[in-house]
Design a protein around this ligand. Sequence first.
Ligand code: ZN
Length: 84
Amino acid sequence: MNVIENKTRCAKCKSSIDMDSTSTYIEGGESYPFCKKCSDILETFPIPANIIRQFLTPEQQQSQVQRNIFAARKQRTEGKKILN
Ligand SMILES: [Zn+2]
């Protein structure tokens, strides 16, 4: 791969992201870069910063309720794309 070594990676899905399409959220003094897809999911929440900690929790460690919430949000963002 001939990509730049220190390319930013999404804090959630670890996919590499271009700096100009990165959304960075600040939570607890830490900044987290997110790819478009993951930031779209975060932006479905009224206050994205409040949800970051839960969002970054690996799915296996999330409660069933949390998993359902994020699955529903993800479907919503994907549905939005189809409509566009
Ligand atoms: Zn991501």
